[in-house]
Design a protein around this ligand. Sequence first.
Ligand code: IMO
Ligand code: MG
Length: 428
Amino acid sequence: MATIVVVGAQWGDEGKGRVTDFFAEKADMVVRYQGGNNAGHTVEVDQKRYKLHLLPSGIIHKDKISVIGNGVVVDPEALLEEIEYIQKEGLTVDSLRISERAHVIMPYHKVLDAISEENLEENEIGTTKKGIGPCYMDKAERSGIRIADLIDEKAFREKAKKAIRAKNEILVKLYGKEPLDEEEIIQKYTKYGEILKPYVVASTSLIYHAVKDGQNVLFEGAQGTLLDIDFGTYPYVTSSHPIAGGVCVGTGVGPTLIDNVVGVVKAYTTRVGKGPFVTEQDNEIGDTIRIKGHEFGTTTGRPRRCGWLDGVILKYAVMVNGLTYLAVNHLDTLSEFETVKICTGYLLNGKSIYDLPANLEEIEKVEPIYEEMPGWDLESLRKAKTYEELPENAKKYLEKIEEITGIPVCLISFGPERHQAIYRTEIF
Ligand code: IMO
Ligand code: MG
């Protein structure tokens, strides 16, 4: 009888899918509240690996309602592909519910995402080119198309016609590109609307009543704190609110109904795409982390930039999300090293600072202050069944994280399989 938000505390790819899946076992409902198919969540169940982008991780389990909330941007083409993938895996999507208020990613959003990245040249953001930014732009501009429109043939035709014409003006006159075929898009997307219609609901009321009825509801974040459009390393961010506050606007659930917020971190740091990264190890250390941690994107296949754990970022994530617990993943990857480093503060112009500056030039300038700690070996790590059985040095590392952040670690993982994790505190 609780609500939990699972949120990325770094730049995404922290292993949120895995942590969500862990809690999902006891959840009645799993809800996505922001982002779209730019996310890549890998979940391993019974030695089978599932890769999800838009569907909530609850879909892997039977009898859990899986909700795509109003704050999510939905690419119907990508969603139907994912539904097909899930069905091929022998699972069903009968429990899927899609908010009528969610916005639709249209073909022109994807085209415009690619063009905008091209035009930025070396300053490109490194987006996933899934049309996420342009779709949220239209939402804010109040010209977007919502799921409620998509499933209403007449309304959709009217709105889509207007939108495609406006975007074609931009494509042709501003960028000298070919216009998109209006009729082809309308027909294709009308069909998508028909297929998706049975899943469409008033999701806010559905979630509210689940919470009020005492069900366990899990809110599954995508991306991460540092990719939040307000609190991340702007402009190298995504266009939504991955932070815990995003749950309220992305589902319509009020803040008083949220019980716990679990921040997911890797035992080190990674990021994909451009932007500052203070503890980056663009060297052998980073290469080792990348190879041992399989740090290549689930969505785009890009190699991830890797570095040591950044405590300044973790403290920042505690603050902006109101984190109550941390889940630490990939402790096994760090077992490659004799000693490991953890950043406890930054040096800016010779002065110590402990907050993340808003100004990117300042973040680029800071030097990390590291604390070096002794490492641990993989074999004894993997043998542990309880927290107490973890290697002493691994425990010291986790305690250091708790000391820096001031909150407890509730979950520790050290391998992709279910048993390679220790669940220290029951939250649900
Ligand atoms: P999960 O949920 C890591 C990054 C992109 C780019 C920036 C903007 O798997 O943690 P966008 O396509 O969203 O406009 O790209 O955000 N990005 C992610 N990085 N994990 C993700 O999701 C990401 N989703 C977007 O690489 O830098
Ligand atoms: Mg990802």
